[in-house]
Design a protein around this ligand. Structure first.
Ligand code: 5GP
Ligand code: MN
Length: 315
């Protein structure tokens, strides 16, 4: 899965883990980095190896593997420090992913389908199309639901097809408790996170009406002041698109070692291309990310400069 895994990355890998284990395979999930606290309840999460923290163990697993499934990322550098060991691994590498423009040569086999709501939906299709519907357990259902719920913005983004709803109906029949999943993911933060959002909206939001764009930056000091951890900033970028008429939302956070961008759009403004062209990133048409080695001020200034090229598209 990609670094700093979200609900879809963790959900799809853990679902596949439970499925493979059920078939008698020896299986381990490796995350390139740590993950958000709001994923810590997931069935099997206590078995996930954190590459950053348990490097030796992870390298041994990678070297001994017969098959490595690469889920919810398109290019190997999305796995951060795992890029090199994954590149060097000689085993079969299988990609299952829904991001744009996958690095095809890096994988032995793969399914890349950008029309899919989530990698979890693709893992579900993989299990069902292989004839194993009966092997869908309540644990697998919870993992799959986590990813499809988070990647579709709770079933509101355009990729939420009829098949997504059919899949959820099947998961319900398999014993899924969907309210429990929602509670764990969205209603389980500390007070500081809510106050941080309030602070950011009041002090760090800028609306560029001439470009129908809203942008926001978060400094290191902001993160420290509110004791913000991995996962606490997830969803913040979505507030930008709640303003009437705003088609493009951009958030940059001064993370350790790099400035990390999140881009969101409504309609046909393609943030995947935007992120690729200007901020070493990518993703989907309406949701993408990027990065910069510049200072926070420099990368934010660059954003406000390059946005000028898109005035016609955004109006
Ligand atoms: P987020 O803003 O939530 O971190 O990411 C939005 C989407 O873009 C996710 O699907 C994520 O996997 C993808 N994404 C985020 N950062 C990058 C990046 O640096 N490169 C690429 N290729 N995709 C990214
Ligand atoms: Mn995903």
């Amino acid at each position: 899965m990609h670094q700093k895994p979200d609900g879809d990355a963790m959900g799809s890998t853990l679902a596949l883990y439970h499925f493979m284990k059920g078939l008698g395979h020896e299986t381990t999930v490796i995350s390139p980095t740590n993950w958000a606290d709001f994923l810590d309840w997931m069935p099997g999460i206590d078995t996930v190896v954190d590459f950053d923290k348990q490097k030796e163990k992870a390298l041994l697993l990678i070297n001994q593997a017969t098959v490595i499934f690469c889920l919810d990322f398109n290019v190997l550098h999305r796995t951060k420090n795992m890029e090199q060991p994954l590149t060097e691994a000689v085993c079969t590498k299988v990609l299952i992913d829904h991001h744009q423009q996958p690095q095809e040569e890096a994988f032995t086999y793969g399914i890349s389908d950008t029309s899919k709501s989530s990698t979890c939906e693709m893992v579900y299709d993989f299990i069902v199309n292989a004839g194993y519907s009966d092997n869908l357990t309540p644990e697998i259902a919870e993992c799959l639901y986590t990813g499809v719920m988070t990647d579709t913005g709770s079933f509101r983004f355009p990729a939420t097809s009829a098949s997504v709803h059919r899949m959820v109906a099947v998961l319900k029949e398999k014993g899924l408790l969907h309210t429990k999943v929602h509670h764990h993911i969205y209603d389980n933060f500390l007070e500081n996170r809510l106050r941080f959002i309030g602070y950011a909206l009041v002090n760090r939001l800028e609306v560029l009406y001439e470009y129908n764009t809203a942008c926001m930056y978060i400094t290191r000091a902001d993160l420290q002041r509110y004791n913000i951890k991995t996962g606490d900033t997830e969803g913040l970028v979505n507030y930008l698109l709640t303003i009437q008429g705003i088609k493009f939302g951009a958030l940059v956070i001064d993370r350790e070692g790099e400035r990390k961008w999140s881009f969101r759009s409504k309609g046909d403004f393609d943030v995947n291309s935007f992120a690729r062209k200007h901020f070493e990133g990518g993703g989907h048409v309406n949701a993408a990310g990027g990065r910069s080695s510049d200072s926070l001020e420099a990368t934010y200034t660059k954003f406000k400069e390059v946005i000028k090229e898109y005035q016609n598209q955004l109006q």
